[in-house]
Write a protein that binds this ligand. Structure first.
Ligand SMILES: [Zn+2]
Length: 72
C-alpha cells in the first residue's frame, strides 16, 4: 500500500492514476465532492476493489477566455 505522498509522487510522474493498493491502472472514477478549497475525486479499483479518493487543493487562479478589453 502506497502512502499518500508516495501515491501523489507516482501519479504526477506517471500522469495516470493507479490503485495505491495493488498498483492497477484499472480504476474507475466515481463521485466528485467539491469543498471550499479542495476537491475529492473518488476512485474504485476494479482489480482489488479498493476504494480511495484523490484530493486536489487550491493552487491559484488563471484568467478566463472572456476578458478582452477589460484592462484596468
Ligand atoms: Zn487495486
Amino acid at each position: 500500500m502506497l502512502s499518500s505522498n508516495e501515491w501523489r509522487t507516482r501519479t504526477v510522474e506517471d500522469g495516470v492514476v493507479r490503485c495505491p493498493s495493488c498498483n492497477s491502472l484499472n480504476v474507475t472514477m466515481g463521485a466528485c465532492a467539491v469543498g471550499a478549497y479542495t476537491i475529492y475525486q473518488k476512485y474504485v479499483c476494479e482489480g482489488c476493489g479498493y476504494e480511495f479518493q484523490a484530493m486536489f487543493g487550491l493552487i491559484g487562479c488563471v484568467p478566463g477566455s472572456n476578458n478582452e478589453g477589460n484592462d484596468t
